[in-house]
Design a protein around this ligand. Structure first.
Ligand code: C5P
Length: 205
């Protein structure tokens, strides 16, 4: 079984996808971490994420970055990730790894932006997880404050709008709901309610 979980930044798809993987005993891949690893590699090399040559070079050596490196979670890394993610060659370099992961015999859950549309168009279940920009910004703001980051809700909201525009507006694999994806709006759901809603969709598939 392959489950594709897509959606915008801070919609709760990571937490949801992890929980689904645990419940259905599937392997889990956070594909955003791959793009973040490319972004981090560029930042660490002192290069510019906007530079296509630097981005492609980093994508080819993305295995050098541990996917549990805490620096992957920093805002600057997310920003760099969303810039390199617009590069078609970067996306192509990361595609095979994601497809191979999806083919694991025990089945897999992949979360990202283009899993249902590009990486696994044949997925058995596709979820498009979203929430209002204000709710997503509030969740991200609370997370950052809990981590001790000095920021404001307004700054987080502005950042999120910029990231949404970049993810949805790019030519290459833009963020969009696959036609056969189930829409899951978590604006008014806590994580337990979101997991229950997702399980209902998966069980009915
Ligand atoms: O999901 P996360 O915020 O970790 O992703 C970081 C960035 O990587 C996103 O803003 C997006 O631009 C990019 N990404 C992507 N395709 C994916 C996963 C992430 O373009 N499948």
């Amino acid at each position: 079984m392959i489950i594709a979980v897509d959606g915008p930044v801070a919609a709760g798809k990571g937490t949801l996808a992890r929980r689904i993987a645990h419940i259905y005993k599937l392997d889990y891949l956070d594909t955003g971490a791959l793009y973040r690893a490319v972004g981090l590699k560029i930042l660490r090399a002192g290069r510019d994420p906007e530079d296509p040559a630097a981005a492609v070079d980093a994508a080819r050596h993305v295995g050098d970055v541990a996917l549990d490196d805490p620096a992957l979670r920093e805002e600057a890394t997310g920003e760099a990730a969303s810039i390199v993610a617009a590069n078609q060659e970067v996306r192509a370099a990361l595609l095979q790894y994601q497809r191979d992961f999806a083919k694991r015999p025990q089945g897999a859950v992949l979360d990202g932006r283009d899993i249902g549309t590009v990486v696994c168009p044949e997925a058995d279940v596709k979820l498009f997880v979203t929430a209002s920009a204000e709710v997503r910004a509030r969740r991200r703001f609370d997370e950052l404050i809990a981590k001790g980051t000095d920021t404001t809700y307004e700054a987080v909201l502005e950042d999120l709008h910029a990231r949404d525009a970049r993810d949805a507006g790019r030519d290459s694999a833009p963020l969009k709901k696959a036609e056969d994806a189930h829409l899951l709006d978590t604006s008014k759901l806590d994580i337990e309610a979101a997991v229950n809603a997702a399980c209902k969709i998966i069980d009915a598939a």
